[in-house]
Ligand binder design. Structure first.
Ligand code: DAH
Length: 342
């Protein structure tokens, strides 16, 4: 086979093989096979020494032609492969900007906690200090020392959740008055808050577990006037400066005298509406002057000291403040309800 024929064959082979190569890396390796020092073209051109001198320039020209052709083909093919490779890479890394973003749910403080914090803040400004205590209580702190008679219906199995060990789940935060007085000497200006439990059948206005907030103030010469001033300040700070309060005589075993405290209706400003049952007043809490029997039970000298106490239901205040008509909403954790308090 003549050297010319050989060169033709290499060219054909080059042209048909180049189309089968699909990566730039493989393309460079393959190029060396034809055009490198030990490549097929160089091999053929080694035969040049056996060719007659007059034929040599023709073969040289043909070889140059082939080189140019190979280079041209090679760079065309390389360009096309690289184009494909870039397109492939872009497709793999592309961002779909039409996809909705990830929603970040931001939590908020529970409405009952928000209300508790507001109430606490009002009493802090009056110089009250926060104390906390156990939800599992002794009968002594929850009832006996608070002057609740042994046969009082509140102690009944139907109202109080007794535990097997003889203790109970506290039914009122008033138990903390006893703990405070047993561990501290007067003067006291304390506020406490937390969950309380009752054996209650649950409906829109009754829960078996709810929250109370309680204040106790003990010092020399504390009078009802002091209680009234505290209540007035609280009501105005909580419900607005136009709010009025009214004290109605009532009964609690641990206070004497005892009062129930109403504030002018938050919804109709005292004019009378459905919420206040057209009376213009809404009951918000219980209070009174500490019963000397309670002082006796904790070892305070009842002739030297006097004091007042007050207690309220957090759920009740929150319902009033936000116009919520079902206490169960606070514990159902329905996000549609909760997100209204952000
Ligand atoms: N412990 C009472 C209750 O659960 C609320 C209460 C009334 C607390 C009068 C007091 C108070 O401190 O003086 O219904």
């Amino acid at each position: 086979m003549s050297i010319f024929e050989n060169l033709d064959l290499i060219q054909q082979k080059f042209h048909s093989e180049i189309e089968t190569i699909t990566s730039s890396e493989a393309l460079f390796q393959w190029k060396a096979k034809f055009m490198g020092k030990a490549g097929e073209l160089s091999e053929v051109l080694k035969g040049l020494k056996d060719v007659s001198p007059q034929d040599r320039p023709k073969i040289g020209a043909r070889a140059n032609e082939l080189r140019d052709d190979f280079e041209k083909k090679f760079s065309e093919r390389l360009k096309s492969i690289e184009g494909q490779e870039i397109a492939k890479k872009l497709a793999a890394e592309s961002l779909d900007i039409t996809l909705p973003g990830r929603v970040r749910h931001v939590g908020t403080v529970h409405p009952l906690t928000q209300v508790t914090d507001r109430i606490l803040d009002i009493f802090y400004r009056l110089g009250f200090t926060l104390i906390t205590g156990p939800e599992v209580e002794t009968e002594f702190c929850n009832f006996d020392a608070l002057n609740v008679p042994k046969d009082h219906p509140a102690r009944d199995m139907q109202d109080t959740l007794f535990l097997k060990n003889g203790h109970l789940l506290r039914t009122q935060t008033s138990s903390m008055q006893i703990r405070a007085m047993l561990s501290q000497k007067p003067p006291l200006r304390l506020v406490t808050t937390g969950a309380v439990y009752r054996s209650e059948s649950v409906d829109a206005t009754h829960a078996a577990a709810f929250h109370q907030l309680e204040c106790l103030c003990v010092d020399k010469n504390i009078t009802m006037q002091e209680l009234k001033g505290t209540l007035e300040f609280f009501a105005k700070e909580m419900f607005g400066h136009k709010t009025q309060i009214r004290l109605r005589g009532s009964f609690f075993p641990f206070t004497e005298p005892s009062v129930e405290v109403d504030c002018s209706c938050v919804f109709c400003a005292g004019k009378g509406c459905r919420i206040c049952k057209h009376s213009g007043w809404i009951e918000i809490l219980g209070a009174g002057m500490v019963n000397p029997a309670v002082f006796e039970a904790v070892g305070y000298e009842s002739s030297d000291y006097s004091g007042f106490a007050l207690g309220m239901g957090i759920e009740r205040i929150a319902m009033l403040l936000h116009g919520v008509n079902d206490v169960r909403l606070f514990t159902e954790n329905d996000i549609r309800f909760l997100e209204q308090f952000t």
